[in-house]
Ligand binder design. Structure first.
Ligand code: RM4
Ligand code: MN
Ligand code: MN
Length: 431
C-alpha cells in the first residue's frame, strides 16, 4: 500500500476555487499599503522567505499528566512524523525544517533519516535532548535531577546524552542543541540552590566543549513544572548569566510559555538581543501556567510585540542577531496538523504586521514623548488584516490559499487512520 499524500490536483482545484477572491483582496490590500508607502509584493516575498521548525513531538496528540486522548491516525514513529511535517509544509510553505527530540526520535540510521527527510523537502533544525525522563534500562535516575544532580554519575550520564545528541545532530545537518532540564526542587530546603547551579554550569561546560565550531547551544529556561518550588534554570536572568559564563556558543532560548502570567516577554527579548544572547524561540501561547497552547491563540498582540522587537533588532543590524524559530506546542483537543499549520500562519501574521510598522514615525513619536502617537503606530500595523498577503505568499510558494480547508477536503487524517493502526501507549504524559 502506498502512503496517501495530498495530490497536486486537489491542491490546484482548491486553490482555483479561491483564486479570484484572493486576487481582489490582495489588490485592495496592496493598494491600501502603497498609500502608506509599503510595497505589498516585497512584503509577500518576505513572508515567503519566513520559516519555522516543526517539533517532531508536536505532530502526535499531546496530553496532560491527567490523561491523553489519542486521535486517529497518529504517527507511530519518526517516519510517520516526517510525513505529517511534510504535509504541513506542503500546504503552508512556512515549515521547511524539523526539530527532533532524543531519545524520542532515536533510530538506527541517521544518514538514511536525513535522506528520507530531504525527499520530503525537509531539513533538520536544533536537536533537543531529554534528561527529564528515565528511559528503560537507564542506569541512573533523573528523579532528583540530571545536569545538576548531586551524584556525579547521574550528571555524567546526562552530559553523555547531550553529547550523543550533538553527534546525531551532526549527521542530520543540525547546527544547534537545545537544552531544557527539569531539575529543581519541590520543598524549601530540598536543594542547595547555589550548588545546584554550580553543578549545572560544570556539566554545561563539558557539553559546550563537545560542540562543533559552527554550533550553538540554546539554554531554555522555565519557571516551574515539574519542579514546583524552585527550578535550576528558572528565568531569563539565570539563563543569561549562565550563557555569559559558558561563552559565545551559548545563547538563551525563549519558550513563550515558560514565564509567569503577564511577564513582559517582549522586553526580555529586547534585553537578550541587546546582549547578543538571543538564540531562538519555542513559540506557543499560554493563559495561566500551561506552556503549550497554540501560537497566537490567546495573546496575538503579545506575539506581534515580540516580532516588533525582532524587526527592530534586524533593522538596527544588532550584533550576533540570528534567532532560530521553532514551535513547541502540545495539541490535546485538535488535529495536530491543523494546529501546527495555523500556528505557522499566526507567526507569519505577526511577522508581516511587525514589518509594516512605520519605524521612522514610531521613532519620531518616541523622541517627542508622544506616548499615544507611538502606541498608535504599533496599533496601525497590528490592526491591518494581512491575511491576503499571507495567502498569496503560500500560493506563490506552491502551497494552499486555504490550508486547513484543503487539508480537510483531502481526507488525509481518515486515510492515515487506516494506514496507521493505533499502537498501545500510556494514556498520560506531556506530549
Ligand atoms: C518542556 C520544554 C522543552 C520541551 C519539553 C517537551 O516544557 O518546553 O522545550 O522539550 O517541554
Ligand atoms: Mn520548549
Ligand atoms: Mn514547555
Amino acid at each position: 500500500m502506498t502512503d496517501f499524500s495530498i495530490s497536486e490536483d486537489l491542491l490546484q482545484a482548491e486553490n482555483a476555487a479561491r483564486k479570484m477572491a484572493l486576487d481582489e483582496d490582495y489588490a485592495a490590500l496592496t493598494r491600501a499599503l502603497s498609500r502608506r508607502g509599503i510595497d505589498g509584493d516585497a512584503l509577500t516575498r518576505s513572508i515567503m522567505a519566513f520559516g519555522v521548525a516543526i517539533p517532531t513531538w508536536g505532530v502526535g496528540t499531546g496530553g496532560t499528566r491527567f490523561a491523553r486522548f489519542p486521535g486517529p491516525g497518529e504517527p507511530r514513529h519518526l517516519f510517520d512524523k516526517l510525513e505529517d511535517c511534510a504535509t504541513i509544509h506542503h500546504l503552508v510553505r512556512a515549515t521547511p525544517t524539523v526539530s527532533p527530540h532524543f531519545p524520542w526520535d532515536a533510530t538506527s540510521d541517521y544518514a538514511a533519516l536525513r535522506e528520507v527527510a530531504a525527499k520530503h523537502g525537509l531539513a533538520f533544525d536544533a536537536v533537543n535532548s531529554n534528561t527529564f525522563q528515565d528511559q528503560p534500562n537507564q542506569e541512573h535516575s533523573y528523579k532528583f535531577g540530571s545536569l545538576s544532580h548531586v551524584e556525579p554519575a547521574a550528571r555524567a550520564q546526562a552530559i553523555a546524552h547531550n553529547i550523543d545528541c550533538i553527534a546525531i545532530g551532526r549527521q542530520l545537518g543540525s547546527k544547534a542543541l537545545t537544552v531544557w532540564i527539569a531539575d529543581g526542587s519541590n520543598f524549601a530546603g530540598q536543594s542547595n540552590m547555589t550548588l545546584a547551579l554550580d553543578r549545572y554550569l560544570d556539566s554545561m561546560r563539558e557539553i559546550c566543549a563537545a560542540l562543533p565550531a559552527d554550533w550553538r547551544v540554546f539554554l531554555e529556561h522555565k519557571l516551574y513544572e515539574p519542579a514546583f518550588y524552585s527550578s535550576v534554570i528558572s528565568d531569563w536572568g539565570t539563563s543569561f548569566a549562565a550563557a555569559q559564563e559558558l561563552g559565545p556558543k551559548a545563547q538563551c532560548l525563549v519558550d513563550l510559555g515558560h514565564h509567569a502570567p503577564n511577564v513582559n516577554i517582549e522586553q526580555i527579548v529586547a534585553r537578550l538581543v541587546r546582549f547578543g544572547k538571543l538564540g531562538g524561540f519555542h513559540f506557543n501561547d499560554s493563559k495561566y501556567g500551561d506552556d503549550d497552547l497554540d501560537t497566537g491563540s490567546v495573546e496575538p498582540f503579545r506575539l506581534f510585540l515580540v516580532f516588533n522587537e525582532l524587526i527592530d533588532a534586524r533593522m538596527r543590524g544588532a550584533d550576533g542577531f540570528a534567532p532560530a524559530y521553532m514551535l513547541d506546542q502540545s495539541h490535546n483537543v485538535t488535529d495536530p496538523i491543523e494546529s501546527l499549520m495555523q500556528s505557522a500562519i499566526e507567526l507569519q501574521r505577526a511577522y508581516a504586521q511587525a514589518l509594516i510598522v512605520d519605524r521612522p514615525a514610531l521613532a519620531e513619536a518616541q523622541a517627542a514623548n508622544d506616548a499615544l502617537g507611538a502606541h498608535l503606530e504599533l496599533k496601525r500595523a497590528y490592526t491591518t488584516d494581512v491575511s491576503p498577503i499571507l495567502a498569496m505568499a503560500r500560493l506563490r510558494a506552491g502551497g494552499a490559499i486555504a490550508p486547513i480547508e484543503t487539508y480537510r477536503a483531502s481526507g488525509y487524517r481518515k486515510h492515515k487512520a487506516k494506514e496507521r493502526p493505533p499502537v498501545a501507549r500510556t494514556s498520560a504524559g506531556i506530549v
